[in-house]
Each structure stands twice: as structure tokens, then as C-alpha cells.
Design a protein around this ligand. Structure first.
Ligand code: PEP
Ligand code: MN
Length: 347
């Protein structure tokens, strides 16, 4: 249940409500949304006399949430969340493009890709250092050496960097090098990892589990939010269906659906959704037309020789062309593509 405080409620009023709720055996999460203080109350509220809390001084009203996810819901927070990463905002007017290789393979590979994607208008460089591969015999990534390469290219180009974290004990290490932590599809329900990313307070992208419902996904988001991290971005990356001509099936429904259900920004990964570079441009355009706040795209200077996911990676040239088309679609749906604030214009 949600208790909304009067805009002029005092700190004392807020603390009194918190104490009373805790005294009833409930857990409390407090957030300030502009002028309002909102107190979210978790636990067994069945049988609770609503006036026990709603009648307290400073409480404007009490709302029951209709869904099992709470902090992620629009009911809890009606206005969209803007996730600020450096001078870049995800969830605002601009469509934020995150692009780069599936895996960091070498300094030269990453630097070349970074320059090309930056030139084409991407704001964030992606690249995996710890790779979650289905087979233990496949390339597993450069690990910390990959993170060092990412950090060097970040320094040299000014691009922000996103990379995957596989385990809770890696969160501190990866956070030292990356601007955004990625939680991959296979780890969407790795609860200790969600907990650790929640506590890290680092901007994070939570990919949808390849066999997870939207509700399960939002409950995973809830783990991160309830551990204190509101800098969370959801990424639809395709789900498993009976179709075999594509690697996954992009659930395009999820984009406008999540806009109804949650205040969190939503991005789309057309590369893992399709598994085919030839399909990535069209699916990217569709995602932006459907309201995605950003894209996560695999790009490689020599896709045929990529260590992982080459068949779904765009070449530098293909990426440039896709960005040009994206600009037109973004404009036609009232979005911009200049995700990064001009120098001096960020907080
Ligand atoms: C990736 O981004 O390279 C990746 C492994 O993604 P996913 O978790 O969506 O498969
Ligand atoms: Mn990949």
C-alpha cells in the first residue's frame, strides 16, 4: 500500500508514520517525488485497519496497489524516471543509442568501433568483458583486461561505457570501470546479483529473461529498486518462441505495455532479439516507433571475425546507415537523437 503525504507534511509527521507502520510489523520505503513524500508499506497488510495509518497527521491519502510489483509501478510513481548517466539522460526526449561489440576483443577492435559509433551518434559504448556463454567451451571474454580496455577507450573518446556483470562478487570491480552495469538475460533472476546491483547504486540495465513474463521481469526490477537503486533501465531483448528462423522473438508489445505499467525507461536490443544483422535495422526502427527510450546494438568492425555474436553484429557502415534512418523515425514520433547534454549543461 502507498501512503501519500501532504505536500506540507513535516519531517516529524513522516517519521511518525514510518514508526507506526514499523510498529505494525511492516517494512517501509520512503521516496520523495518532487513536492510529495510517498511512503510505500510492504508486508502483510491483510486485516489491517486502514485508518491506523491513513488517519495520521500529514497523510493525504492511502492507495492499494493493484499489481505485485510496487516501486516499479506507475501507480507508485506516475511520472517517468529519468536515469542520468554522466551527461546523458535515459528516459527523456532523446533516444539513447548504446552500441559496440558483443565482446571486447582487443584495444584496436574497441577503439575503432568506439570512434565509428560515436561519429554516428551513439552516446554509450557497449562491450562484454565477462561473457555469459551457453557453452563452457565458447569464448568467455577478456575479464578484467577487457574492463581495462573499456576504461581506456572511455577515457580517450569520452564515450560512456556499459558492460555486463555476472556475479555479485564482481559488482565492485565492474563498477570501478563501467558507467552502466548490464544484467544479462540469463541472470534476470539471479537474486543475489540483483541485490548487489541494488546496493551499488550504479546505473543498471536489466535485460528480460529469455523465458520470463513481464511480471517476473518487473519483480526482478523490484529487487534492485528495493535495495535502493532507482537508476534502472529495462531492456527487452527478445524471448524464446517456437520460431526458429530468428534467434528470439522481439516482444514489441512489451515496449508500450511497460510504458503503461512502469515509470522506468525501456530500451530494446534488436541484436539478440533477431540474431541476424540483416534484420537489426528494421527492428531498431520499429522499437523507436513503438516508444523505446534507447537501443542496445551490437556493432563490430569485422563481424565475420567476431569472437561472439558476429552474425548479428552490424558493420560500422551498416550502423551508420541505421542511425540515419533512426533519426527520421525518432523525429516523426517526437523524439530526438542527441542524447548527451552540451558541455556545461549537465548536473
Ligand atoms: C549481450 O548483450 O552480449 C548478451 C549476452 O545479452 P543477453 O543477456 O541479452 O543474451
Ligand atoms: Mn552478444
Amino acid at each position: 500500500m502507498i501512503l501519500e503525504m501532504e505536500p506540507n507534511a513535516s519531517q516529524e509527521d513522516v517519521e511518525f508514520v514510518i514508526k507506526r507502520a514499523q510498529g505494525l510489523g511492516l517494512t517501509v520505503h520512503v521516496s520523495r517525488q518532487g513536492e510529495r513524500t510517498v511512503i510505500s508499506v510492504f508486508g502483510n497488510t491483510r486485516g489491517l485497519d486502514p485508518t491506523a495509518l491513513a488517519g495520521l497527521r500529514g497523510v493525504r491519502g492511502l492507495r492499494q496497489l493493484s499489481r505485485p510489483f510496487r516501486l516499479a509501478s506507475r501507480e507508485y510513481k506516475p511520472e517517468p524516471t529519468l536515469v542520468r548517466v554522466g551527461d546523458c539522460t535515459v528516459g527523456g526526449k532523446a533516444v539513447v543509442v548504446m552500441a559496440g561489440p558483443c565482446s571486447v576483443e582487443s584495444y584496436d577492435q574497441l577503439r575503432r568501433t568506439a570512434e565509428a559509433v560515436q561519429e554516428a551518434g551513439a552516446a554509450i559504448l557497449r562491450g562484454g568483458a565477462f561473457k555469459p556463454r551457453s557453452s563452457p567451451y565458447s569464448w568467455q571474454g577478456l575479464a578484467e583486461r577487457g574492463l581495462e580496455i573499456l576504461a581506456r577507450v572511455r577515457e580517450e573518446t569520452g564515450l560512456l561505457v556499459l558492460t555486463e556483470v555476472l556475479a555479485p562478487e564482481q559488482v565492485a570491480l565492474v563498477s570501478r570501470y563501467a558507467d552502466i552495469l548490464q544484467i544479462g538475460t540469463r541472470n534476470m533472476q539471479n537474486f543475489p546479483l540483483l541485490h548487489a546491483v541494488g546496493e551499488s547504486g550504479k546505473p543498471a540495465v536489466l535485460k528480460r529473461g529469455m523465458m520470463s513474463t513481464v511480471e517476473e521481469w518487473l519483480l526482478s526490477a523490484e529487487y534492485i529498486l528495493s535495495h535502493g537503486n532507482e537508476k534502472l533501465i529495462l531492456c527487452e531483448r527478445g524471448i524464446r518462441t517456437f520460431e526458429t528462423y530468428t534467434r528470439n522473438t522481439l516482444d514489441i508489445n512489451a515496449v508500450p505495455l511497460l510504458k503503461e505499467l512502469t515509470h522506468l525507461p525501456v530500451i530494446v536490443d534488436p541484436s539478440h532479439a533477431t540474431g541476424k544483422a540483416s534484420l537489426v535495422p528494421a527492428v531498431s526502427l520499429a522499437a523507436v516507433a513503438a516508444g523505446a527510450d534507447g537501443l542496445l546494438v551490437e556493432v563490430h568492425p569485422d563481424p565475420e571475425r567476431a569472437a561472439s555474436d558476429g552474425f548479428q553484429s552490424l558493420s560500422l557502415e551498416q550502423f551508420r546507415g541505421t542511425m540515419e534512418q533512426l533519426r527520421l523515425v525518432a523525429r516523426s514520433v517526437g523524439r530526438a537523437m542527441d542524447a548527451r547534454a552540451p558541455r556545461g549543461d549537465h548536473d
